[in-house]
Design a protein around this ligand. Structure first.
Ligand code: IPM
Ligand code: MG
Length: 362
């Protein structure tokens, strides 16, 4: 059965890194992967053409795809668009919401070859392997009412932090199941000392824990979790948290690994349809210069193959190939230490492809 992949390069460095990931996908096709690949516009580049960050055509294609591979959206060019519903980021949020991609998996894995690239001491981060499970279609990002309005002669901005029991339960299940496949330790992050919505969150997690007796559940307030991530990150196995806390903590966790340029992510719905993207943003400051690290996007292809297309062998080969190029000492600028010369986006792509092919020759 031919499956469909939609590629959405987006803005900034998006097109450059997607180009390298596309080469890896093409190589998979030569090794038996049966997929049909289409492309679409999202974010600022879609706004420029259609006046919308998520054109109807893109949404239709996305709904029909088994998996979506996204680069990144946003940039200063579009920061001043008055109507916030037209900003590039809304294209991304719209895709998440419309496809019901509530389960966001953000692994923070330290490649041993890069221990020196972390800003933390090597012994604090070596062996680090955390999985952050972030709720992605609810919470304060989407809660109503929201807006900016005039009240008593001044403007007031407001958002609503809301979660229903069913929303908490379904992300909780994703996290408990994930913990089961790993070290069976789950830390739920909340702010239950202040916010009612997260008191309910904690209650639902406790209730679920009774069904998952083999998983050890703990709770942590988000401020402490931020501190623990930089103090002793190896204490974590799986972290589950809401949309906004997950946004913040996943950036912090990413940096522990040396570079956010290494980290892929998956966003899944109930049918295993998924959107895959690097955790980093569109990095407009380095766009078009061949400086971007394509590895997070290439590793996102591996996640896509594993979670949406059920192709674990190809996924593992891609991950092995990335390990091999790191062994060879290849580094893009973000992960290069001063002694090593850095290679371009495309040269990194070349090296991954060569390493991938070498795995078939052995
Ligand atoms: C992320 C990004 C997005 C988010 C932005 C671009 C809307 O920071 O995927 O982490 O806040 O979710
Ligand atoms: Mg973020």
């Amino acid at each position: 059965m031919t499956r469909k992949i939609l590629m959405l390069p987006g803005d900034g460095i998006g097109p450059e890194i997607i180009a390298q990931a596309a080469r890896v996908l093409a190589a998979c096709q030569t090794h038996g992967l049966d997929v049909e690949i289409d492309e679409g516009l999202v974010g600022g580049s879609a706004y420029d053409v259609h006046g919308e960050p998520l054109p109807a055509e893109t949404l239709t294609k996305a709904k029909a795809a088994d998996a979506i591979l996204l680069g990144a959206v946003g940039g200063p060019k579009w920061d001043n668009i008055e109507d916030i519903s037209k900003r590039p980021e809304r294209g991304l949020l719209g895709l998440r919401k419309e496809l019901g991609l509530f389960g966001n998996l953000r692994p923070a894995l330290l490649y041993p070859q890069l221990a020196e690239a972390s800003t933390l001491k090597p012994d604090v981060v070596s062996g680090l392997d955390i999985m952050i499970v972030r709720e992605l279609t609810g919470g304060i990002y989407f809660g109503q009412p929201r807006g900016i309005e005039e009240r008593d002669g001044q403007r007031v901005g407001f958002n609503t932090y809301v979660y229903s029991e069913s929303e908490i339960e379904r992300i909780g299940r994703v996290a408990f199941e994930m913990a089961r496949k790993r070290e069976c330790r789950l830390c739920s992050v909340d702010k239950a000392n202040v916010l009612e919505v997260t008191m309910l969150w904690r209650e639902v997690m406790e209730r679920l824990a009774e069904e998952y007796q083999d998983v050890e559940l703990s709770h942590m307030y988000v401020d402490n979790a931020a501190m623990q991530l930089v103090r002793a990150p190896k204490q974590f196995d799986v972290i589950v948290t809401g949309n906004m806390f997950g946004d913040i903590l996943s950036d912090a966790a990413a940096m522990l690994t040396g570079s956010i340029g290494m980290l892929p992510s998956a966003s899944l719905n109930e049918n295993k349809q998924g959107m895959y993207e690097p955790c980093h943003g569109s990095a407009p400051d380095i766009a078009g210069q061949g400086l971007a690290n394509p590895l997070a996007t290439i590793l996102s292809v591996a996640m896509l193959l594993r979670y949406s297309l059920d192709e674990p062998v190809l996924a593992e080969k891609i991950e092995t190939a990335v390990g091999l190029v790191l062994d060879q000492g290849l580094r893009t600028a973000d992960i290069a230490s001063e002694e090593t010369d850095s290679v371009s986006t495309e040269a990194m792509g070349d090296a991954v492809l060569a390493a991938f092919e070498s795995l078939y020759q052995a």
